[in-house]
Design a protein around this ligand. Structure first.
Ligand SMILES: Cc1cc2nc3c(=O)[nH]c(=O)nc-3n(C[C@H](O)[C@H](O)[C@H](O)COP(=O)(O)OP(=O)(O)OC[C@H]3O[C@@H](n4cnc5c(N)ncnc54)[C@H](O)[C@@H]3O)c2cc1C
Length: 326
């Protein structure tokens, strides 16, 4: 690992001032569970000259609920989300997603802000410098995407344009199903954006002088059934091969509203609008759930090695819908 300056900051303003001073040559560090790996592997396009430690900022690790919904500070550790009574009572899809992340050690150290901003797990992008040289790709400024002709078994089956790496964050999938908003601080102000605008095909859209400070989740209806399902190769610790988060509102046996979001199938959290449309206004039974599951993968364009993800996606969507009946 190369040497770098290290700054502990006491406020968001102090962190913003340093980001401005370093003009893109500094990185924020929270729990460090993702960032330190990328530094050790020397995979970042530009090695940072400084790390700005934001864990020392007081008051950014809150979980608060009011009439509008839930507010979660960016420095809240994943373990505290798993254990939060507020999250468990009304936002269970988020609890289940947080519970599925990594190992207990990762959940103790990793923050929700860091989880949402973590770098991709694409094995071409992450190929360590020490093992034979960096592999250039669109995320490092110069294509091609090696998954197109190479080993694509963990890459996108839909929605990919330039880069076919998938969004690695389980939390982002649950928060998209809950229609969350992301609060971002920059010098001179703040901006709030829907989580659907937080990612593009090359990862999150934060500018180098911005900090994610809070996540806001509107209250789902009382009768909304929620589920987060994740298929992974190792149950003990693994990123998703496919995940599905659903928030389904039922009334008298009829689906009044549905948000179904797929993870690890696209570069961003993928809202399965066709599946939602297929189920809205109808009773949910096995046949209806199967129809919605088919609709979810209508536009899938698998690569040479990842068509198997289509069947897994269908199964998770069907199971997520049927879980509403319980
Ligand atoms: C072994 C292992 C298994 C894992 N398994 C899973 C899994 O199953 N599912 C899953 O979703 N994730 C998984 N992860 C990823 C893990 O959840 C993240 O590493 C962790 O949540 C990142 O949080 P952190 O606070 O440590 O972030 P850091 O490592 O400190 O930062 C990560 C990135 O986010 C940026 N950043 C951090 N906070 C902010 C902020 N407030 N504003 C702007 N930028 C910020 C940093 O600059 C850096 O680029 C795994 C990681 C490991 C190492």
């Amino acid at each position: 690992m190369r040497s770098f300056n290290h700054h502990n900051v006491n406020s968001v303003d102090e962190a913003l001032a340093l980001l401005r001073d370093y003009e893109g040559r500094a990185s924020l560090i929270a729990g460090g569970t993702d960032l330190l790996g990328t530094l050790k592997g020397e995979i970042l396009p530009d090695y940072p000259e400084a790390l700005i430690n934001i864990k020392t900022i007081p008051g950014l690790d809150h979980i608060k609920e009011d009439n509008e919904g839930l507010k979660i500070g960016a420095l809240t550790r994943l373990i505290h989300i798993v254990r939060s009574p507020e999250v468990e009572s009304k936002y269970v899809v988020l609890k289940e997603a947080a519970e599925s992340v990594g190992t207990p050690e990762i959940r103790y150290m990793g923050t929700i802000g860091g989880n949402l901003c973590q770098d991709t797990r694409c094995w071409y992008y992450r190929y360590p410098h020490q093992m034979g040289g960096r592999i250039p790709c669109y995320r490092k400024g110069k294509g091609p995407c090696h998954a197109i002709k190479g080993d694509s078994r963990y890459h996108a089956i839909m929605g990919g344009k330039v880069c076919l790496a998938v969004c690695p964050s389980d939390i982002a999938i649950a928060l998209t199903a809950l229609d969350a908003e992301i609060m971002v601080s920059q010098t001179g102000g703040e901006r709030v954006l829907p989580i659907t605008d937080f990612y593009n095909t090359l990862g999150h859209i934060l500018k180098p002088h911005e900090i994610l400070t809070e996540i806001r989740v509107p209250q789902p209806p009382d009768n909304a059934a929620q589920a987060f399902l994740k298929f992974r190769l190792r149950e003990s610790v693994d990123f998703a091969i496919v995940s599905a988060a659903s928030v389904i509102t039922m009334e008298d046996g009829i689906c009044k509203d549905a948000r179904i979001v797929l993870g690890a199938v696209a570069p961003t959290p993928f809202r399965a609008l066709a599946a939602e449309e297929a189920i809205r206004g109808k009773p949910i039974d096995t046949a209806a759930a199967e129809k919605a599951a088919e609709a979810a993968v209508n536009n899938a364009k698998p690569l040479s090695m990842n068509a198997y993800k289509i069947e897994i996606t269908k199964t998770l969507v069907k199971r997520a819908l049927l879980s509403c009946l319980e």
